[in-house]
Ligand binder design. Structure first.
Ligand SMILES: NC(=O)c1ccc[n+]([C@@H]2O[C@H](COP(=O)([O-])OP(=O)(O)OC[C@H]3O[C@@H](n4cnc5c(N)ncnc54)[C@H](OP(=O)(O)O)[C@@H]3O)[C@@H](O)[C@H]2O)c1
Length: 331
């Protein structure tokens, strides 16, 4: 079977459950521990997934010598603190998106991972899905010619509820950091480097961005038109317009199961993908692949990529006035 790794999940919430289920699809991954701020929640989660060790604090989890890799599944506002804690304890880290609340926090996380020669990656799972990889391959091989326009949205209708993290500034709420990050990621990954970004947002009384639109100018001249919202559903498609055709990633494009390639001669190819589980196993497999190869970063989604994405998010926030309480922005 080769090298296997003991995984731990920090934060026993919504995404943690999906990830835990997917880890079971990987023969060399053992979900050994879960950590929660509450022993009850840790025990419940451990029971649900047959996990050996349930830790009633994040500190206990990070200090466990049997843990090799920690998946940080806490809210955005915990990513910096929780990643630093685990890196300090010598653990490799896969941290949910956004990797941090701002570029300053991310810089510190990357520096610590480097100084300790530990693996660190933002969990931008879309990058590792076979369907998205295929899209990247098609674009890079010139299947639609030169890129001209990238169009993407990510729209969710989340009923207003101050308890929900997406509506809560203390939890880093709003559309940009939660879902607007995906269209930006696509523009960065499928287009040439972004040279200018201009943005506009609609803020509610608590400063939460309920809508955010972004326009990117890219180095090779193409443009990206991107938006996100938490007040209505949407197309949730990604459309790439090239000089020689178009590529459509059908809804939900951030986890595509079908894509259409429309060539300039009107020939159409419809590709479908069968993705087992929720699709989080691919990013986890990448972490282990890199570790086996002695790498501390993935070339597919490196800390350089995360830092550039965070710079763009910071710039959008600056232009639109999306602000969070000082305590969650500190380094
Ligand atoms: N990749 C994806 O597809 C995807 C999808 C959804 C979310 N996410 C990302 O995953 C992260 C978690 O999202 P989620 O939807 O799973 O969030 P969630 O269920 O609301 O919270 C996740 C966990 O954060 C921990 N937490 C730490 N401090 C907390 C606090 N002050 N209040 C409440 N909970 C706190 C809790 O764990 P304990 O109580 O057990 O300590 C909670 O269960 C977010 O950063 C989000 O961007 C990614």
């Amino acid at each position: 079977m080769g090298t296997s790794y003991n995984w731990a999940i920090l934060g026993a919430g919504h995404i943690a459950r999906k990830f835990a289920a997917d880890l079971k699809l990987l023969p060399n991954a053992r979900l050994y521990a879960v950590g929660s701020r509450s022993s009850d929640r840790a025990n419940e989660f451990a029971g649900e997934f047959g996990i050996e060790k349930a830790c009633g604090s994040y500190g206990e989890l990070a200090a466990d010598p049997k843990v090799d890799i920690v998946y940080i599944a806490s809210r955005h506002t915990g990513h910096y603190r929780d990643t630093m804690l685990c890196l300090e304890q010598g653990k490799h880290v896969l941290c949910e998106k956004p990797a941090a609340m701002n570029g300053r926090q991310l810089e510190k996380m990357v520096m610590l991972a480097r100084s300790k020669k530990l693996f660190f990656m933002e969990a931008l799972w879309t990058r590792f899905l076979p369907s998205f990889r295929k899209v990247k391959e098609l674009v890079d091989s010139g299947a639609i010619g030169e890129m001209r326009i990238i169009e993407a949205d990510f729209c969710l209708n989340v009923p207003h509820n101050p308890e929900h993290r997406i509506w809560n500034p203390d939890a880093g709420g709003g559309s940009l950091l939660d879902i607007g990050i995906y269209p930006l990621f696509a523009a960065m990954t499928l287009g040439s480097p972004v040279s200018v970004i201009t943005a506009n947002a609609k803020l509610d009384d608590n400063g939460i961005d309920t809508f955010c639109s972004m326009q990117c100018a890219h180095e090779k001249g193409e443009r990206s038109l991107l938006y996100s919202t938490i007040t209505t559903g949407g197309r949730n498609e990604l459309l790439l317009h090239g000089s020689n055709g178009q590529l459509l990633l059908n809804s939900w494009w951030h986890t595509p199961t079908s894509i259409d390639l429309l060539r300039a001669d009107c020939a159409t190819e419809h590709l479908t993908f069968n993705i087992p589980g929720n699709g989080y196993q691919y990013e986890a497999a990448e972490v282990m692949r890199c570790l086996i190869e002695g790498k501390t970063e993935s070339p597919q989604w490196s800390t350089g990529h995360s830092k550039r994405l965070m710079e763009l998010l910071d710039s959008v926030r600056q232009q639109t006035g999306i602000r969070y309480p000082e305590e969650v922005e500190v380094v």
